[in-house]
Design a protein around this ligand. Structure first.
Ligand SMILES: C[S@@+](CC[C@H](N)C(=O)[O-])C[C@H]1O[C@@H](n2cnc3c(N)ncnc32)[C@H](O)[C@@H]1O
Length: 383
């Protein structure tokens, strides 16, 4: 409907009678030109043009409806970042009329969106993923293993490569010259791009080596851009890891050479050929709340705290994988991690009903990855 912003509240857990009562009370209280509510199946549409949030809060507090319904109905509106307040009312619609840039679309076309990806020669024909490789953790060098897969057969790649920090991995030397390191990485990434479907996503978690002044997130992103992948965006993974407070300040209290400290890592998202991924909407499993929260590209997630238990020095947390897979892939999609380590990607893919293939050069890590999956399956059968 024109002139309103449509916020949809999932009311499947509430009684229909109560939702009807809320709708009627709201529509009698507020003028329709400002806002109204409308029920449709298990969705409550809150149609918003402008609203006095104080009055909305008072209104909800005076009803005798289910407390959780009241909280949800308030939060869904309150959490919208409205762009203006006029005469005490938050404005939710009309942003375009107040935009500073007119004729946005024409100007966009004149400039050329993602110009760097024009003229790619990616085939649009996707292939089936070979049955023998479905739901497998494979021990080997990714460069060799990936050669066994056909072009365009994987839906999403999520990985965190070794970063050449000098960590003590089981079967990988993590201190190479930067030239040798990036050659190794980009040869594997080229194979990954080849096996990725047209419309598939390549998502890479990157931590720059600040102490050596190596901006790996830029170097890696530049590689993708040179290979005509479309940059979909960047997620800032806020780890709130204040251990870095302990490290050096550089030149204390002097501009001579202060040392910057970071509590976050990056997650770069690239697409092959097109920004839109093919998939059935019935296979989208992200909830409305998750979607709204996770498209805000700063994710506050604690680092993995059980690395010692799994015997791996650089794991990412399950929640990071959970968000990436639900936001960028569909159920039943094929998920690849070419640096699978202790198998966080493959485990979370399994938990979220995706199919997976994980590759790591260490036999020990592959065994851990397989064990995590079989422990999870065992738990499922018990409960
Ligand atoms: C940062 S770790 C990945 C950790 C993983 N995300 C997890 O949560 O357990 C990088 C992994 O890359 C693996 N690796 C290094 N070179 C490799 C190669 N050529 N082929 C496959 N795996 C490799 C290392 O053994 C290491 O486990």
């Amino acid at each position: 409907m024109e002139n309103y912003r449509d916020e949809i509240l999932d009311i499947s857990s509430y009684s229909l009678l109560e939702c009807e009562e809320l709708t009627n009370l709201f529509n009698n209280k507020f003028p329709k030109k400002d806002a109204f509510m409308q029920l449709e199946g298990t969705s409550l549409h809150i149609m918003l043009s402008q609203l006095d949030m104080k009055k909305y809060y008072e209104f909800l507090s005076t009803t005798n409806l289910n407390k959780n319904l009241i909280i949800d109905a308030y939060d869904i509106v309150n959490n919208i970042g409205s762009y203006a307040v006029r005469s005490g009312k938050r404005k939710f619609y009309g942003y375009n009329a107040e935009r500073k840039v007119s004729n946005r679309r024409t100007k966009e076309q004149d400039r050329g969106k993602y110009f760097y990806a024009y003229g790619n020669d990616y085939s649009e024909v996707n292939n089936d993923f070979p049955k023998d490789f479905v739901n497998k953790v494979i021990c080997g060098d990714s460069l060799e293993v990936l050669k066994k897969l056909p072009d365009n057969c994987v839906d999403i790649i999520f990985t965190s490569p070794p970063y050449n920090f000098g960590l003590e991995y089981d079967a990988h030397n993590d201190t190479a010259s930067w030239k040798k390191y990036y050659d190794m990485l980009f040869n594997i990434f080229k194979e990954c791009i080849r096996v990725l479907k047209y419309g598939g996503r390549f998502v890479v978690n990157v931590q720059p080596l600040y102490s050596d002044y190596i901006p790996s997130h830029h170097i890696i992103s530049n590689f993708f851009i040179e290979n005509k992948m479309i940059w979909k965006g960047e997620i800032l993974w806020e780890k709130n890891n204040y251990n870095c407070k302990m490290c050096s300040y550089g030149s204390w209290k002097s501009p001579a050479s202060p040392y910057l400290k970071y509590t976050w890592e990056f997650v770069e998202v690239f697409c092959k050929g097109t920004l839109k991924k093919a998939g059935e909407s019935i296979n989208a499993d992200i909830t409305a709340e998750e979607f709204k929260s996770w498209v805000v590209a700063k994710w506050s997630i604690a680092p993995e705290r059980h690395m010692k238990d799994f015997g791996h020095p650089a794991m990412f947390p399950e929640e990071l994988v959970n968000r990436v897979l639900k936001l960028f892939s569909f159920k039943n999609d094929i998920v690849l991690d070419p640096f699978n380590g202790a198998g966080t990607t493959t485990l979370v893919a399994k938990k979220n009903n995706r199919r997976y293939i994980g590759i790591d050069i260490s036999k020990e890590y592959c065994e851990t990855a397989e064990k995590r999956i079989s422990d999870y399956c065992e738990q499922l059968t018990i409960f």
